[in-house]
Ligand binder design. Structure first.
Ligand code: PHE
Length: 451
C-alpha cells in the first residue's frame, strides 16, 4: 500500500455497504422492536421517522462533510478544520461514546452467537426430547457469567480481525458480502411472518399511530433510537466520511443510507410483530424480546430450526458490521494521533472495550445489584450513550457546521466544488442552523421537565 495516502473506500457500493453496515445493526433488529413495543407501536414509529428526517439525515450529511473535509478521525478532523478552538472536544466525546457503546453492544453481539449455537443444536425444537422453555433458557444463559463473557470476547475478536484488515480490505470487503446477505435473510423472514394467520394485528400495532401514547419520554426515546440507529453523533460517520472519495455525492449517500436504515427497521418490525401477535405473545418483553419471544414462535412453526438459525445469523451479521464501525472510530484515533500501527491500535482499543464490556455483561447476573441511579451498568451505558451522548454530539456537530465552520467549504463538499446542483444548499443550511438543533434542544428541555 502507498504509505503517503490514507486508506479509503474503493467504490460507491463499498461506501454504501460500509455505512449501511454501521447503521443497520442491533439497533434495528434487537432494539427497535422492543423499544417500539414498550412505547406503544405506531405512534412511536411516526416520531422516530420525523426524528430521522429533520435531525438524522442532516447530521449524517454534516458528519460526512466534516470527515471528508477534515481527512481525519473524529478528533483529528475537528483539529484540522478548526485549529485553536475547543471543537475537538466533540470528537473526543465521540471516541468516549464509542467505548461505551462497544461495551454494551458486544454483550448483545455475544448473545447472538450463543443463539446461533443453540439453533444449530436445535434446542428450541419440539422434536428434541423434553421441549426447552425459551424463557428459562434465556434467563439461565444471560444471567450466568462464563458463556456470555466468552461469546462477548469472541465477538470483539471477530470485530478486531476485520478491522486489522484495513478500510478497503477489511471493512469494505466484509460489508459488501454481509449486507446483501442480511437483506436477503430479513426478506425471507418478513414474508414468512406476514403469511401467518392472525398476523394482521401485529401489522396494525406497528403501523397504526395511537397518539394517546405520546409523552416526553416517548419523544426522547424516539430521538435516541433515531440517533442510535443511524450511528450519528459520535464520529463513526466523520471517520467513514474521511474515507469517501471526492467525487462521491454526499447528499445522495446520506439519503440512501438513512432511507435504507429506516426501511430495515420497519422490515424487522414486519418480521417480528405479526409473528408475535399471531402466537398471542406480548410486545413488551424488553431487551429479551427477540431472545425469548422469537424462539417461542420458532418452536411452534414449521421449519422453525432453519428460521431461527437464519434469524440469529442475521442478528450476528448486523451486530458485527456495526461493531467494526465503533472500533474503527477508536482505532483511527489511536493510530493517527499517536502514530502507532493499525494492528497495535486495534489491540489496545479492543482490549479496553473488552474490559468495559465484561462489566456490562455481568451486570445481568453476578453484578445485577450493582446500580447507579437505580439502573444496572448495562442500562446506564445504554442510556448514557443513546439518550445523552448521541443527541448531544449531534447537537454540537450541527452547531459547528452551521455556525462556526466556513459556509463556502460546506457548500463545496455538498456540490463537489460546484459540479453538483446547489439548490439544496440553502435548505440544508437552514435545517442545520435552526430546525435540527432547536428540535434536539426542545426534546432535552421537555425531558428535563423544564417546559
Ligand atoms: N447503528 C447501530 C445499530 O443500529 C449502532 C451504532 C451506534 C453503531 C452508534 C455505531 C455507532 O445497531
Amino acid at each position: 500500500m502507498n504509505k503517503s495516502r490514507r486508506d479509503g473506500f474503493g467504490s460507491k457500493f463499498g461506501v454504501f455497504a460500509a455505512v449501511v453496515g454501521s447503521a443497520v445493526g442491533l439497533g434495528n433488529i434487537w432494539r427497535f422492536p422492543y423499544v417500539t413495543g414498550e412505547n406503544g407501536g405506531g405512534a412511536f414509529l411516526l416520531i422516530y421517522f420525523i426524528s430521522v428526517i429533520i435531525i438524522g439525515i442532516p447530521v449524517v450529511l454534516s458528519e460526512f462533510i466534516i470527515g471528508r473535509r477534515g481527512q481525519g478521525n473524529s478528533y483529528g478532523s475537528f483539529k484540522r478544520l478548526s485549529p485553536k478552538t475547543y471543537w475537538y472536544l466533540v470528537g473526543l466525546m465521540g471516541i468516549f461514546a464509542a467505548f461505551i457503546i462497544l461495551a454494551f453492544y458486544s454483550t448483545i453481539a455475544g448473545w447472538t452467537l450463543e443463539y446461533i449455537y443453540l439453533s444449530v443444536k436445535n434446542i428450541f425444537s419440539t422434536t428434541t426430547a423434553g421441549i426447552s422453555n425459551p424463557e428459562t433458557v434465556f434467563n439461565e444463559f444471560h444471567t450466568s457469567t462464563v458463556m456470555p463473557v466468552v461469546w462477548q470476547l469472541v465477538s470483539i475478536l471477530l470485530t478486531a480481525f476485520i478491522i486489522i484488515g484495513g478500510v478497503q480490505k477489511g471493512i469494505e470487503k466484509y460489508s459488501k458480502i454481509l449486507m446483501p446477505l442480511l437483506f436477503l435473510i430479513l426478506v425471507i423472514l418478513a414474508i414468512k411472518a406476514i403469511t401467518l394467520p392472525g398476523s394482521i394485528d401485529g401489522l396494525k400495532f406497528l403501523l397504526y399511530p395511537d397518539f394517546s401514547k405520546i409523552n416526553s419520554n416517548v419523544v426522547l426515546d424516539a430521538l435516541g433510537q433515531a440517533a442510535f440507529s443511524l450511528s450519528i453523533g459520535m464520529g463513526v460517520l466523520i471517520t467513514y466520511g474521511s474515507y469517501i472519495k471526492k467525487d462521491n455525492n454526499l447528499l445522495k449517500t446520506a439519503l440512501a443510507v438513512s432511507v435504507t436504515d429506516m426501511g430495515i427497521a420497519v422490515l424487522a418490525g414486519i418480521a417480528i410483530f405479526p409473528a408475535l401477535f399471531a402466537f398471542g405473545l406480548s410486545p413488551q418483553e424488553g431487551a429479551g424480546l427477540v431472545f425469548i419471544v422469537l424462539p417461542e414462535i420458532f418452536q411452534q412453526m414449521f421449519g422453525g430450526q432453519i428460521l431461527s438459525l437464519l434469524f440469529f445469523i442475521l442478528l450476528a451479521i448486523a451486530a458485527i458490521t456495526s461493531s467494526i464501525s465503533l472500533l474503527e472510530v477508536i482505532v483511527a484515533y489511536f493510530s493517527e494521533e499517536f502514530k502507532i500501527k493499525r494492528y497495535i491500535a486495534t489491540i489496545i482499543g479492543a482490549t479496553i472495550s473488552a474490559v468495559l464490556g465484561v462489566f456490562a455483561t455481568i451486570s445481568f447476573g453476578a453484578w445485577k445489584n450493582v446500580k447507579l441511579f437505580g439502573k444496572t451498568i448495562f442500562d446506564n451505558f445504554d442510556f448514557l450513550a443513546t439518550n445523552i451522548l448521541l443527541p448531544l454530539g449531534s447537537f454540537f456537530i450541527l452547531i459547528f457546521l452551521g455556525w462556526s465552520f466556513d459556509v463556502k467549504q460546506t457548500k463545496d463538499e455538498i456540490t463537489n466544488q460546484g459540479k453538483l446542483k446547489s439548490w439544496f444548499f440553502p435548505v440544508f443550511l437552514f435545517i442545520i442552523r435552526f430546525v435540527a438543533p432547536l428540535a434536539i434542544f426542545l426534546v432535552f428541555l421537555k425531558r428535563l421537565a423544564i417546559i
